[in-house]
Every structure is written in C-alpha cells, then in structure tokens.
Design a protein around this ligand. Structure first.
Ligand code: BG6
Length: 486
C-alpha cells in the first residue's frame, strides 16, 4: 500500500464524526492503512489542531472501547492528523491547505499521493474540485484521487453538468463515487455467490429463475432531513442509486475476468439492457406511495405530511415499487421487482430469487413450494436456500425447509472501512462508474417526470405496513407475491 495524504473536507461534519474517523481508526488498528500516511482535516471552523484532535478523539472513542485498545493507540492515531480551516469558496484558503499538505509530506517523507474526500454538501463538489486544481494541489508527482458521495445531481442534466466540472480536475479513473450499498459486505458477496459457485452460475438465467425481488425497507421516517428529502423522494434517494446498483450486481453476467474494469463493464451492460419506460409503462409498472400515520413497533407515528419541515400538501414519494425488465438473452421474460420505502413494518434489505417450479402438483400430487434463494443484506447478513423435503412425522408430507447460513454482522467491517480501504489501494470495483450513474439517471427520468406531473397516483400507506396494497398487486399480475411479507 502506497504512503499517502488523506485530505478530508467536511472534517468537522456529522459524517466525518459518525463514520469516516471511526472507519479510519479501525483501519489503523487493523494495520490496513499504509505504513506512513497523514490525515489533513479541512473544515470551516477555526479550530486549533488540539481542539480538532479532541473532537476526533471523541468520535473514535466508541470504536476504541469496542476494540479494547489503550490510549497510546489512540494517541498514535491522532499524531498523524492535522487541521486546516478553509472556506471552500475562497481560492486563497487553498494555498494554506497546499502548504499544510506539503508540510506533512516533508515531515513524514511521504510521496505526493493525495486522496481528497469531499464530505460536504453536494453543491460544493464542483467548487472544491475546481479550487483543488487551481491551487496546485493536483500537481503531484504521485497519484491523486477524489472521493465523493451521492447525490450526484438531481436529474440527468445536473448530474452531467457536475460530472463535466469534476472531470476538468480529475480523470474518471481518479473519481471514486461512493454508493454506500457497495460497501455492504453482502452486496460485495453477491459477485462471489454468482461467480464462485458453479451450481448457481448454471441456473442464473431465465430458464430457471421465475422472478427476482429486491427490497430495501426501512422503519425510519424522514427523520430531520425534510429539507433535502421533500425535494428528493424515494426514487432519487434510493432507487436511482442503491436499488439500481443492487439490480446491476445481481443481474450482471460472468465477466471475462473478475476485476474492477470487467465487473463495471458488465454492470453497465445490465443498465443498458434495462427496458426504458414510456409514460404508459410507468403508469402500469410503478407504484408510488407516501406514509400516513400509523403504528410502528408499538409506537404511534405521524404521517409524512405532518413531519417537521414537510409541505402540508407534499406529493413526495416515500415508497416506490417497480417492475423492471432486462432485455438480454439471460433475463428475457424474468421480472425484477424493486421496492423501497420508509416507515415500513421492519427494516430489511434483501434480494430473493424465486426459481421456477415445474413440479407444481406433479410430485405425488402434492403442492411444492418454489425454491428460493434469499440473500439477506441488512440487518441480518447471510444466505438461505428454501428447498422441499418430506416431513417424516406427517407421513411424508412435503414441506419447505430453509438451509441457513448467517454471518455475524456485528463482526463484519463497516461499509466505510471497506470503501476507504479500497480507495486508498486504488481499487474502484465497488464505486459507481460515471456510466452507471448516467444510465441510471437516464432510466429514471421518465418516472421522475411522470411523478412530477402527477401521472402516477400517490397511494397513502399506513406507517408500520408493507407499503400500499398496489405494490402487492404489481406482482400478482404475473402470479407472484412478495416473499416474507406476512
Ligand atoms: C441513504 C438515504 O443513502 O440510505 C437514506 O439517503 C436511507 O434516506 C439510507 O435511509 C439507507 O441506508 P441503509 O444502509 O440503512 O439501508
């Protein structure tokens, strides 16, 4: 691993405190950071280095306790961290940052490998990238990389404009777009399940698979993010990025070689083959919902429109279910159902693959349940396979049983640890390529437009349910139902 300087914009922000510093600390404890490196925190506030380090110490204290490390370890971690106060809109402030970065490189004898992480509001992405270049921070004798996190624009046009600006300072191979779903261990595992198991590879197609159900249900509501969410909605917030990433991961074909370039190429091919929707398709194949008041895990919760900061007549989608077709020889005729919602009965992110059931009724005249492959992503992590067997106690009656393999999710590294470690090593496999982002925006555009023009009804569902009944009806049209909903 190459020595480097990690420059964190937004170093005093919430994400830095909750995720980025704890992830860096865990990587440090696990000796997964380069042997020599420096971290330069960049924030608007005028902190002294000592004040800043105190706040970093607080943010890693839980991780330190869990890892049972002593204070000398924390101090060693803090000793490589510096802080610079920068108003990101002021070009002169970047000269102080450049000075600090060069000073770190000299102090620790680091090559000029620079990783810039923009943990800031998206409207600053292009501004900061531009100033990084103009200040000379990009002129390195080593490598440079840029990490940014969604949202990448709010529609195709704004995403293209943003990308163009970023590309003026960084090349595509240098831009690491975080989609935190690609940091989830089970999402990374999808590729191994498909490609490292000949038994699954052999049946990963429309001859054996009846349908695929991709779910990301959440119990939380809009929380304190109405300012953002009421203008975004579930389609922008979850479908355009996380859900389509899951779709690409589950539907991609076996690449020629398992590496970043080939995997991303296969993912892109999936997005290119997803059948575009006309307005009539949107009306037939997309369900839009918004949570009403209800009871969730024993507590009454208010409706979306009654949440603080939400417009009283808001038409924002907090739930979306879609039926998607992939027009390629492997998947033709297999519906992929996607759904995501807030204030759903339970938190559950999973993919269920339902296999065709040609034996239906033909085994000793008994009904057989279809085989299911269930890939649990969150909060449980693991794989289970539903198969049929005889129940000896019931005179050989057939019944489905589940072969379960769960991993202890609490022991798995956090998404941010995996993502940061990849970016530090220059492995872009689990970052969203621009073409994936672009194709995803392009694909959701007609749906966004139909929502904006109210061409799709907005169904209110009670908080604590599984979303509007119309979502179940979407599957019933092909004779299916969402598995594991009561
Ligand atoms: C974020 C969305 O990207 O993902 C949030 O902005 C959502 O609205 C979150 O709650 C869900 O992530 P996870 O990891 O809890 O499934």
């Amino acid at each position: 691993m190459k020595a480097m300087t990690f420059v964190l914009f937004g170093a005093t922000g919430d994400l830095a405190k909750r995720k980025i510093f704890p992830a860096l600390f865990n990587l440090y404890v696990d000796q997964k950071l380069p042997a020599s490196y420096a971290i330069v925190g960049v924030g608007r506030r005028t902190y002294t280095v000592a004040e800043f380090l105190r706040s970093v110490e607080q943010s890693v204290s839980d991780a330190a306790q869990r890892r049972e490390v002593d204070s000398s370890c924390i101090h060693a971690f803090l000793s490589t961290i510096r802080y610079v106060s920068v108003d990101v809109t002021q070009k002169d402030d970047y000269l102080a940052l450049l000075g600090q970065v060069i000073q770190c490189e000299q102090e620790w004898n680091l090559p000029q490998n620079r990783l810039f992480y923009l943990s800031v509001a998206p409207e600053f992405f292009d501004v900061i990238a531009g100033h990084i270049k103009a200040s000379g921070l990009c002129e390195t004798t080593g490598w440079k990389r840029l990490i940014i996190e969604k949202p990448f624009g709010r529609d195709l046009q704004s995403a293209e404009a943003l990308n163009e600006k970023l590309c003026a300072s960084f090349a595509e191979e240098e831009i690491y777009r975080i989609d935190h779903y690609l940091g989830k261990p089970m999402v990374r595992n999808l590729e191994a399940i498909e490609f490292a198991n000949p038994i699954f590879q052999a049946i990963w197609n429309n001859k054996y698979i009846a349908n695929v159900q991709i779910t990301a249900n959440e119990t939380v509501g809009v929380e304190d993010r109405a300012g953002y969410y009421d203008h975004a909605g579930a389609l922008r917030d979850m479908v355009q990025n996380h859900m389509l990433q899951l779709l690409m991961m589950i539907a991609m074909h076996l690449p020629n070689r398992i590496n970043a370039k080939e995997i991303r190429k296969e993912k892109r091919k999936v997005m290119e083959a997803v059948r575009p929707m006309e307005t009539e398709d949107v009306m037939r194949s997309v369900v839009r919902g918004q949570y009403g008041a209800g009871n969730l895990q024993g507590h009454s919760v208010v409706s979306y429109r009654d949440e603080p900061g939400v417009e009283a007549d808001s038409m924002t989608d907090t739930f979306v279910a879609l039926r998607v077709w992939i027009d390629d020889p492997l998947w033709s005729g297999v519906p992929f159902y996607i759904r995501t919602g807030k204030r759903i009965k339970e938190k559950s992110t999973k993919i269920i693959i339902e296999f065709k059931n040609p034996l239906e009724g033909s085994y000793r005249n008994q009904q057989t349940a279809p085989n299911l492959l269930i890939l649990n992503i969150n909060p449980e992590e693991g794989i289970s396979l539903q198969v049929n067997q005889k129940n000896a106690a019931e005179r050989g009656k057939l019944e489905p049983v589940t072969v379960d393999f769960s991993t202890d999710a609490s022991q798995a590294p956090e998404a941010y640890e995996l993502l940061l470690s990849d970016a530090i090593q220059g492995d872009s496999t689990y970052f969203a390529h621009w073409m994936e982002v672009k194709l995803a925006w392009k694909w959701v555009t007609p749906i966004l437009e139909a929502f904006a023009q109210n061409q799709v009804p907005l169904h209110v569902y009670p908080a604590g349910s599984y979303g509007p009944q119309e979502s179940a009806e979407l599957l019933m049209e092909q004779g299916f139902s969402w598995w594991q909903d009561e």
